[in-house]
Design a protein around this ligand. Structure first.
Ligand code: PAF
Length: 280
């Protein structure tokens, strides 16, 4: 497995893989890899000849009061996991390499980045789409793999690729969960045992909403109120949003349709967790 730290070397490497006829996939990560990331690598391996994993904790997607400094890091462990999965290249630039002096371009996807996480994390998605664009330009992939747990991120990146006519296929991979249902996330490591227990309210909410819909409830307000009560009954929780929305536009809906996105963000203690599902 090659470890590359500079943009120039990464671009040269991608050029020669392309010249050799290899299909390249990229798995962008911020490291501290868990089973959810490993699943992204496995999907990448199945769909391509060469897998490039990027490892970069991107400062521009963290707000001033967010956890950039404290974000968990384990470079040696990450490299070991990537190696064991057969990743071909890890691209791990530092922040100076990625954001060179004088850098003044931002890639913004307008509408679908405004609701949900966009409300409480202003600027977050600008940071994500800008860095993902840069990572695409460094790694020159044919395919890029992202988790569906970050539904809005996946939607924004898919929109960016479409809007900017990028010749890259985006693959979304279903959320990987702990045996008790908690969606895997690097931020789960912040939870103490009591908070970890309360965090199960997210998955319980998704299951409850699905059950209500299957039993005939179509009124979004009733489902939302029921979920909000369920979450509030769990200690240490504070709701950021409970949204029933159109899966394409992310606009709130009043009456559930054939397919509706339920998206949640809940603070458990100091940790902000997200989860989602499609209700069909
Ligand atoms: O999902 C993440 O880990 C990050 O938002 C990403 C896509 C690697 C961009 O920094």
């Amino acid at each position: 497995m090659k470890i590359i730290e500079t943009i120039g070397e990464m671009q040269r490497e991608s050029d020669s893989m392309r010249m050799a006829g290899d299909i390249i996939s990229v798995v962008p990560t911020m490291g501290f890899l868990h089973e959810g990331h490993l699943e992204l690598m496995r999907v990448a391996k199945r769909h391509s000849d060469k897998v490039v994993m990027t490892l970069f904790v991107n400062p521009t997607q963290f707000g001033p009061a967010e956890d950039f400094e404290a974000y968990p890091r384990d470079t040696e462990g990450d490299l070991e996991k990537a190696r064991s999965l057969g990743v071909d290249i890890v691209f791990m630039p530092n922040a100076i390499e990625m954001y060179q002096e004088g850098c003044q371009t931002t890639v913004r996807v307008e509408r679908i980045t405004q609701p949900l996480c966009g409300l409480s994390r202003p600027g977050h998605f600008d940071g994500v789409t800008t860095v993902v664009n840069k990572l695409f330009n460094c790694t020159k992939p044919h395919l890029a793999i992202f988790g569906q747990k970050d539904y809005q991120q996946l939607a924004a990146i898919s929109r960016m690729v479409m809007d900017l006519n990028m010749d890259i296929k985006i693959i979304g991979v279903p959320t990987v969960r702990e045996p008790d249902g908690l969606a895997m996330s690097s931020r789960n490591s912040y939870l103490n045992p009591e908070e970890r227990q309360s965090a199960l309210c997210l998955k319980k909410s998704l299951d409850l909403a699905n059950k209500m819909f299957q039993e005939g409830t179509k009124d979004a307000r009733i489902i939302k109120e029921t979920i909000e009560s369920l979450i509030k009954a769990h200690p240490f929780t504070r709701i950021d949003y409970v949204s029933l929305c159109d899966p394409m536009t992310l606009e709130e809906i009043e009456i559930l349709k054939d397919e509706t996105l339920l998206a949640l963000a809940v603070r458990v203690g100091k940790t902000r967790l997200i989860d989602n599902c499609l209700i069909r």
